[in-house]
Write a protein that binds this ligand. Structure first.
Ligand code: NAD
Ligand code: DAU
Length: 359
């Protein structure tokens, strides 16, 4: 059995990863370390495929003593590191916590892995792996005709969030080149799917539309993202962590580049179909263009040839079907929405981020 430390496993991708991994790999035990910030919730860990192979620990990745204890008690041989502050808009309002969690937290985990795996040699070196989950935002923004990001694209982060992720990537790589820590990194595009905290574009638009609230599109809505269904990302991460070459980076994406306004309009037409009698149909009437995000990256596009050729991975959900399934999931899970809204600072955040944005 592998003994896997998943950090941030009560958040969006981390919790989907734990559901996915328990279902797809009977040979793993998981310790899930999560601080349960506003973005993490035990609601995301209900109905796991096999509870007996999952242990939850509430705590911070900046707590070195706690991490050492987890490594020692659970004989951790694999780290899959998701825990982070993940929202660009929050990083604009409050960048400090992004440095603490994303940079110092990653460094703290690396130091623990170095001590146990390289100094104390708790496992044969071929049996350990530190996988760092990163983002395409480290590469910056693309002009209309620039080629897609790939593994050796220079880093050019533009938001405090992206800068903190870029910094953490550099530390992870440095621990490989300097100490020989067996690491891999995946840089992925925008994820969507069940259990995403409703501050992010897709769940925010679904919930606002259902409730007849304005749909706040930043700037002209022509910014381009690449979208990947979260389960496809989970599969890619596990392939890279278990079969990827040590020291390597793999780009991951959905191979699509719709402008934001197209995503918002698609959500509106899905809701028109699913809720034809709603007083808010047609939902497009709710679209409101608002003041843009400062430093807003204009376009992302990412090449996935390396992970496809080396590891045989490619996305299996297309965007139209994935969006339909996602909208249905939010409509079918009102208790989740209620619990998440109650537990978190969502309402305060909405006022802070949108209250003063001019239309
Ligand atoms: P999220 O915000 O939904 O979840 C983050 C989780 O980390 C939460 O459960 C939170 O409680 C936990 N956490 C925060 N600070 C912590 C700390 N100090 N100690 C322990 N736990 C802490 O984020 P997400 O969208 O699931 O993203 C997960 C990872 O994937 C991040 O590293 C992010 O940079 C990366 N990523 C996200 C996307 C995306 O589209 N969401 C795309 C590419 C990469
Ligand atoms: O590219 C990967 C990144 O994708 C991850 O690293 C981040 O953790 C994740 O949050 C996401 O970042 P984005 O900033 O792209 O995601 P967000 O959902 O916040 O916004 C998606 C796009 O929609 C972006 O161009 C901004 C725009 N937007 C967002 C919100 C919340 C709006 O137009 N209106 C909104 O209210």
């Amino acid at each position: 059995m592998k003994s896997v430390l998943v950090t941030g496993g009560a958040g969006f991708i981390g919790s989907n990863f734990i559901h996915w991994l328990l279902k797809h790999d009977p040979e793993v035990r998981i310790v899930n370390l999560d601080a349960l910030t506003y973005a993490g919730s035990l609601e995301n860990l209900r109905d796991l495929p096999d509870e007996s192979r999952h242990t939850f620990v509430q705590g911070s990745i900046t707590d070195r003593e706690l991490i050492d204890r987890i490594f020692a008690e659970h004989k951790i041989d694999t780290v899959v590191h998701f825990a982070a502050e993940s929202h660009v808009d929050r990083s604009i309002h409050n960048p400090g916590v992004f440095v603490d969690t994303n940079v110092v937290g990653t460094f703290t985990l690396l130091e623990a892995a170095r001590r146990f795996w390289l100094v104390e040699k708790t496992h044969p070196i071929e049996a350990v792996r530190f996988h760092h989950v990163s983002t395409d935002e480290v590469f910056g923004t693309l002009a209309p005709h620039e080629p897609p990001f790939e593994e050796d694209t220079s880093y050019a982060p533009r938001s405090p969030y992206a800068a903190s992720k870029a910094s953490s990537d550099h530390f992870v790589r440095a621990y490989n080149t300097t100490y020989g820590l067996p690491i891999t990194i995946s840089n992925c595009s925008n994820n969507y799917g069940p259990r995403q905290f409703p501050e992010k574009l897709i769940p925010l638009m679904v919930l606002n539309a259902v409730n007849g609230r304005p749909l706040p599109v930043y700037g002209d809505g022509m910014q381009i993202r690449d979208w990947l269904y979260v389960d496809d990302h989970c599969e890619a991460i596990w392939k890279v962590a278990t079969k990827g070459r040590v020291g390597e980076t793999y780009c991951v994406g959905g191979d699509n580049q719709p402008p934001n306004i197209e995503i918002v309009k698609t959500i509106c037409s899905i809701l028109d179909e699913l809720q034809p009698d709603s007083e808010f149909t047609p939902h497009e009437q709710l679209i409101t263009y608002v003041q843009d995000r400062p430093g807003h990256d204009r376009r992302y596009d990412i090449r996935i040839d390396k992970i496809h050729e080396e590891l045989g991975w490619q996305p299996s959900h297309d965007l139209a079907q994935g969006l339909l399934d996602t909208v249905k999931w939010y409509l079918d899970n009102p208790e989740w929405i209620e619990a998440i809204t109650k537990q978190s600072d969502l309402n305060t955040w909405m006022k802070k981020n949108y209250g003063e944005r001019k239309a």
